[in-house]
Design a binder for this molecule. Sequence first.
Ligand code: E4P
Length: 218
Amino acid sequence: MKFFVDTADIKEIKELNDLGLLDGVTTNPSLILKSGGKISEVTKQICDIVEGPVSAEVVATEFKDMMAEAEALAKIAPNVCIKVPLTLDGLKACKTIRTELNRMVNVTLCFSANQALLAAKAGASFISPFVGRIDDTGADGMELISEIRTIYDNYDFKTEILTASVRTVNHVKQAALIGSDVVTAPPATLRALVNHPLTDKGLAAFLADWAKTGQKIF
Ligand code: E4P
């Protein structure tokens, strides 16, 4: 499973990339706002750090304007993946960006299996179902990931399932068990995957015993 980080924070991206944990980055207009930078500059900086897909989102809502924005975003770097919303105009833009610009497309704001089916038919490289926001409504976001996995496997769609709006380490585990291709999570959630109290306890015990030996490895 690939790990993307869901942030536009350059420092966080650098640190996670140095750990060797990053396969890509997702941003959205809210994350760009939080970064305090210009979308073109922030996206360029991220693309200089991470080799994998870096999603940058269009903000137009009509096809023609979406295409103009997609062309501008595509010029930033070869690994920019154009993010479009799951609307009819967004799906049309997805198809056109894939065929005419030959760029990766991430179709975002997916909340139903039928929406994911449409994105696959539009040739999306990634579909982003927002599990955390579904959980917020009282429904089960992970059920949607399962449904999409079944549908994509039924028809051998190549669109990758990018589990998004991840809030907990359990979301990551469930996504991996279901067979999501990618998970995008905030930096803190990615880091928290390493935590286990027995690891901490075991390490403390080993180090205490090692100190008693009075030895050095070299
Ligand atoms: C995905 O690409 C989105 O940027 C993101 O996962 C949204 O997460 P949120 O629901 O925590 O804002």
